[in-house]
Design a protein around this ligand. Structure first.
Ligand code: IVH
Length: 672
């Protein structure tokens, strides 16, 4: 009896797999949804009866009932590289010239152009033809294990087609591609979030990246993530070109974006890029450019990789998208330092995949310079990662109802009179207790680059300020006393409060320079805070210093030093420091005894590192006694060059400085 059922289970799985493939990969369903549901239902019932026959590659196993608590870090078998960017025809010609220069004369070069899908990259391993593991890009060297969540993507085979090449079967390999949400699914998610009063996702890329990291794979399954694969690695067979690579992916049953083209020369590449820049809006998903790859694997190997980007590929990025809309109003926003900035309130409009209803205008001068008036028709622009901005007014469309705006005289939040300093265009609210400033200071203090208090984001800070739990940053360290009350607040609960209190406790070990940055002295960014911490060594010495002592530090100008002096001249701030000290925060630079590895050595980092952020690299250098400078000079011991290094790299070359890549840097630090 069990044999009969085993056969039936096997057959059902095969049939369901086939129809999932036809529906999700080929967009060519051959049975109705009802028929599909019936097959799946039958399989579920049989597997319930014979749980010993359930296998991980069964179509019933896409959604796991376990909630994943965390996403363990996994090292990539080979680094997940990124691409250098190009923005116009000349840069593409330049790329072609570089490729030719580095390949033997008279070699024919073909390029493959693929659409650059705007999503999140993923690496997926298959063992014995069966889905095994999915890992996010992370920092390129290692990423997070999101196996359960990626398994819910119906177009992704849990078991691949058996294919043979030169007598070998392809069973063990890794594929890489892009996870994304089509525009329809993205809009549906945001509509739902709007109903639930949740913060909207800015664009499909953010929502795809956020979805991958959800803890409940049932919710992931409902979001309708999709994946296009563009790369396959294996030791089992030799693949000679990117073209072949895409063909094999297709034969294995993966979803490959069909809009790719093998081009005979760079002119055909340019044509392809222009064509898709025109047509991009016709696609049901977002693309932000074209990826151009040298087709031949042999040539790719000769060209190699530099600073984590292959020399054999480049991204062509589309221009920022522009659209017209109406400037409905100009409102004024109060920042954490009291600076009042104008905000353009726009008639909501879809641009580059997201609905734009606001854009910052920096200061009143910008309003005058661009001659922006309420009710004007304006052009707004948004490039990939950038915040939307108002480019200009369409003067021909200006009507009778256009109105000029004057800067406010009172703070829009607390109604206190505003201060305008002579040397600046900015307006300030001088009331330190202004609720908008209080919220802004706390949000900044808790943010990742500052005290890194996980969970204490904008929404929670607003809530806690409104409920009276937080009036100053010091109150964060008193939240512990209100634990029982906090747990009772709607939507919070025991677990999230415990996590929050734990990260507040952890923040007490943040180093001095982060604390100095976090307390939010005007003009003191992370870089200035590092220099001040390095120079003075403790808050007491900094508080005792005069303007001259502070501005004598290299790259610390008068506006920073005046602002520091002004900050510590106020009794409320002195009291705050005293209380934070009592709470256990670090206000001294940790001094290591004796000579350290990088003592007396000066570094500069330019470009993007793949294994860590630039801030992390700086921390490592400083922790080892070295200094990080911000401008190219003869005083540099090392110039660390990452990907997309710009003019600093060229200057360093000219000066003949000691240039090292990321790998050499890691060796120096002892990490690698
Ligand atoms: S190739 C060396 N092909 O764009 C190979 N990337 O920095 C690097 N992307 O992280 C990737 N569509 O997430 C490649 N057809 C495509 C792509 C693509 C989107 C993403 C990928 C990568 C980023 C480029």
């Amino acid at each position: 009896m069990i044999q009969v059922n085993e056969n039936r289970i096997f057959l059902l799985r095969q049939t369901i797999r086939k129809h999932e493939y036809l529906y999700y990969v080929k967009n060519d369903p051959q049975i109705s949804d009802l028929e599909y549901d019936k097959l799946l239902e039958e399989l579920i019932e049989l597997e319930k009866k014979y749980p010993e026959l359930v296998t991980p590659d069964s179509p019933t196993q896409r959604v796991s009932s376990d909630l994943s608590k965390s996403f363990p870090e996994i090292k990539h078998s080979s680094p997940m590289l990124s691409l250098s960017n190009s923005y116009n025809q000349n840069e593409l010609l330049e790329f072609d010239r570089r490729v030719r220069e580095n390949l033997p004369d008279a070699e024919t070069i073909e390029y493959i152009c693929e659409l650059k899908i705007d999503g999140a990259s993923i690496s997926i391993r298959y063992r014995n033809g069966i889905y095994e593991k999915a890992v996010t890009r992370g920092d390129g060297t290692s990423g997070e294990d999101v196996t359960q969540n990626i398994k819910t993507i119906k177009s992704l085979p849990l078991k691949v087609n058996r294919i043979e090449l030169n007598g070998e079967t392809l069973q063990n390999f890794e594929v890489r591609g892009e996870i994304f949400l089509d525009l329809e699914s993205f809009n549906k998610i945001n509509e739902l979030r709007l109903l639930n009063e949740e913060k909207l996702f800015a664009n499909p890329r953010n929502s795809a990246a956020g979805t991958i990291k959800l803890h409940d794979s049932k919710i992931v399954a409902a979001r309708n993530l999709q994946v296009f694969l563009y790369y396959l690695f294996t030791e089992e067979i030799a693949i000679v070109s990117q073209n072949e690579n895409l063909k094999i992916l297709d034969e294995l049953g993966f979803k490959v974006n069909a809009n790719y083209k093998l081009c005979k020369n760079i002119n055909e590449v340019i044509e392809f890029c222009n064509e898709w820049e025109e047509k991009r809006d016709k696609l049901p998903y977002e693309i932000d450019g074209v990826v151009i790859k040298v087709n031949s694997k042999k040539q790719q190997e000769i060209l190699g990789t530099i600073a984590k980007s292959p020399r054999w590929a480049i991204a062509y990025k589309f221009k920022a998208k522009q659209v017209e809309t109406v400037l409905e109003n100009i409102t004024w926003q109060v920042g954490r330092t009291g600076a009042i900035t104008p905000v353009a309130e726009l008639k909501p409009i879809l641009l580059a995949g997201s609905t734009i209803s606001r854009a910052t205008l920096h200061n009143y001068d910008e309003i005058l310079r661009k001659d922006l008036r309420i009710n004007d028709t304006v052009i707004i622009e948004k490039g990939g990662d950038v915040i939307p901005k108002v480019v200009s007014v369409v003067k021909e469309k200006r009507g009778e109802n256009s109105n000029i705006t004057l800067p406010p005289e009172r703070c829009p939040e607390c109604r206190s009179e505003l201060i305008k300093t002579d040397e600046e265009v900015a307006l300030y609210c001088g009331n330190y207790s202004c609720p908008a400033q209080v919220k802004g200071r706390i949000i900044h203090f808790a943010s990742r680059g500052a005290m890194n208090i996980d969970g204490l984001g904008e929404a929670l800070v607003n809530l806690f300020v409104e409920k009276g739990y937080l009036n100053s940053i010091y109150d964060i360290y008193l939240l512990n006393n209100h634990r029982d009350e906090l747990i009772k607040i709607d939507r919070l609960g025991e677990k999230s409060i415990s996590n929050l209190l734990a990260s507040i406790e952890n923040s007490k070990s943040r180093p001095f320079e982060k604390v100095l940055f976090a307390i939010g002295i005007r003009y003191v960014g992370l870089g200035a805070a590092q220099k001040l911490a390095e120079h003075f060594g403790s808050i007491d010495k900094l508080m005792a210093a005069d303007t001259d002592a502070i501005s004598s530090i290299y790259e610390i100008g008068p506006s920073i030093s005046n602002s520091v002096i002004e900050f510590f001249s106020q009794q409320t701030n002195k009291d705050l420091i005293g209380k934070l000290k009592e709470a256990g925060l670090i206000f001294e630079k940790e001094t290591n005894q004796g000579e350290m590895k990088f003592s007396g050595k000066n570094f500069i980092i330019t470009g993007t590192l793949s294994s860590m952020s630039r801030d992390k690299a700086k921390d490592i250098i400083i922790a080892n006694g070295g200094k990080v400078l911000s401008a190219i000079s003869k005083n540099l011991t090392y110039v660390v060059v990452g990907e997309n290094a710009g003019s600093k790299y060229d200057k360093a070359l000219k000066l003949g400085l000691n240039i090292i890549d990321e790998e050499a840097f890691l060796k120096l630090t002892g990490i690698n």
